[in-house]
Design a protein around this ligand. Structure first.
Ligand SMILES: Nc1ncnc2c1ncn2[C@@H]1O[C@H](COP(=O)(O)OP(=O)(O)O)[C@@H](O)[C@H]1O
Ligand SMILES: [Mg+2]
Length: 298
């Protein structure tokens, strides 16, 4: 008998609609995605393409409007909030662009907090949190408050907090978005270490250079996955090297979020892009599905 291992994540025809009546927007449009245990996946795509919505969906912070989601073989698309909170607590670690540490707690207490929800004794949680801070390299900052840390140190602390429950799935939504290139590398190396220990890591990035760390790159546009590529470790993914990365309707937000980094990586790239030549009303126009299909074929 052929043994096929169960995927960790299995999304089938998942859509997400926000809003009501005339003011709806389709943030995810029939997403099909399978992620095996132990993959290290980068998600790319312009702002508004649905990356965060997808991460929140996968991380059970949000529910699909349509479609099915199996997490480790268990159907999780229609769970009640307390059921999804429990799965989230036990299996998923989140890292966001800003560290979201509580300002009134020191670093150690911030990292220990998730363990308090699980009923660990104070000495046990302090020990585990301290070990984790040691692992991410900031044990000398245990008794500092978040306002006293650098951006990179804050992200290290956020990673420690995400990992302290020993989650098997780590979801990092633009974890390096606020960091310089040295800080970004540090965070990516930490994620790589976590991945090597057998965990599954998903991360969102605008920086093509960071696809070197991933073994797969998923590219989104208008709520759909338009490209999915397996890529060797250490190499920038083809999709990220292609100019296509800059072609989809680029917003001002994208310029701030990604292009400056892109320029850094490819200093020769020309600044001109077609979206800036488009009249404003056209840029903001909602595309129909067929327009989008045609567009993605180009
Ligand atoms: N809570 C929300 N309410 C209404 N619309 C939302 C909400 N979250 C996201 N959207 C919309 O869904 C689309 C995808 O957003 P998002 O997933 O944040 O994209 P990305 O992370 O790729 O920038 C955007 O059009 C955005 O405006
Ligand atoms: Mg986002």
């Amino acid at each position: 008998m052929l043994y096929v291992s169960m995927p960790l994540i299995n999304l089938e025809d998942v859509s997400k609609v926000f809003g009501f009546g005339d003011a709806t927007s389709l943030a995810l449009d029939s997403i099909n995605l399978i992620v095996q245990k132990g993959e290290f996946v980068a998600f790319m795509g312009p702002s508004g393409s649905g990356k965060s919505t997808l991460m929140n969906m996968i991380g059970l912070l949000d529910k699909p409007s349509h479609g099915s989601y199996l997490l480790d073989g268990k159907s999780v698309a229609r769970l009640r909030p307390n059921q999804s909170a429990k799965i989230r607590r036990d299996t998923i670690g989140f890292i966001f662009q800003s560290s979201n540490l509580l300002s009134r707690l020191n670093v150690l207490d911030n990292v220990a907090l998730p363990l308090a929800y699980r009923g660990f004794s104070i000495s046990k949680r302090t020990k585990l949190a301290s070990d984790m801070l040691n692992r991410v390299g900031i044990s000398h900052r245990e008794y500092f408050f978040p306002s006293q840390l650098s951006g990179g140190q804050l992200q290290c602390a956020a990673i420690a907090r995400a990992l302290v429950n020993n989650p098997k799935l780590i979801i990092a939504d633009e974890p390096t978005g606020n960091l310089d290139s040295i800080g970004s590398r540090l965070i990516m190396e930490l994620l790589t270490e976590i991945h090597k220990m057998g965990n599954t890591v998903l991360f969102v990035t605008h920086n093509p250079e960071l696809t070197r760390y991933a073994n797969r790159v998923v590219y989104m546009h208008d709520g759909a996955i338009i490209h999915d590529e397996t890529t060797p470790y250490g190499r920038v993914a083809k999709i990220a090297r292609r100019s296509m990365y800059t072609i989809p309707d680029k917003t001002d937000e994208d310029d701030y979020a990604g292009v400056s980094i892109l320029m850094h990586a490819f200093p020769d790239m020309s600044l001109s892009d077609k979206s800036s030549k488009e009249p404003d009303h056209k840029k903001n126009m909602k595309k129909t599905k067929s327009q989008r299909k045609r567009r993605s074929k180009k």
